[in-house]
Ligand binder design. Structure first.
Ligand SMILES: Cc1cc2nc3c(=O)[nH]c(=O)nc-3n(C[C@H](O)[C@H](O)[C@H](O)COP(=O)(O)O)c2cc1C
Length: 168
């Protein structure tokens, strides 16, 4: 009996679990990691905005920056997509992430500021990888309803849709 009790695994409880300041610190650490680590769930949070009818709209985005000093997150988007228009009308938005492995849910609320031109946009563009920039070269605007696949690829730069295969 004693042996069985001793061998029972004690679940690991992180120090911030019962510490509000520690939880807040940890949230920013996770957000910072999300910017750098593509495998982190914090790399691809959900951004929710409000459409012209007042209905919520949510989508996945890539977290590009997390600045604790200013309590600011940075995302990149195509100006033709819905979200910039929605955020211009109503800057209120929320961001949600769930990290299954860490059992952590983060819910953030804020007001968006758009940087279509200027230093912030220029720095973001020059700091982006060529592969990321290709996303913005698509003819069809993000969120466009496609009737046929050609609607997406017509006039777009040639990006292979399949991996090249080699014979053994
Ligand atoms: C893994 C993943 C990452 C994405 N990252 C972004 C992103 O960083 N910025 C963006 O505007 N859209 C991103 N998208 C596409 C959006 O989810 C969405 O489909 C698109 O932006 C159109 O949304 P909207 O018309 O509601 O603005 C991503 C989608 C996926 C699946």
């Amino acid at each position: 009996m004693l042996q069985a009790e001793q061998s029972r695994t004690i679940p690991f409880v992180p120090s911030y679990y019962d510490d509000l300041d520690g939880s807040f610190d940890h949230a920013w650490i996770m957000l910072g990691r999300g910017v750098r680590d593509r495998r982190s769930p914090f790399h691809t949070p959900t951004l929710a905005t409000i459409d012209a009818d007042g209905a919520p709209e949510a989508r996945t985005i890539v977290l590009r920056g997390a600045m604790r000093e200013t309590a600011t997150l940075r995302f990149h988007t195509d100006r033709r997509s819905h979200k910039p228009f929605q955020l211009e009308r109503d800057p209120r938005c929320s961001v949600h992430v769930y990290d299954h492995a860490a059992k952590i849910q983060l819910r953030l609320r804020g007001a968006a500021r758009l940087h279509g031109e200027g230093d912030v946009a220029d720095t973001a563009w020059t700091g982006s990888r060529a592969r990321s920039r290709e996303c913005y070269a698509q003819i069809a605007a993000p969120g466009t309803a496609l009737r046929v696949l050609e609607d997406l690829t017509a006039g777009a730069p040639s990006i292979p849709t399949r991996r090249a295969t080699t014979s053994p």
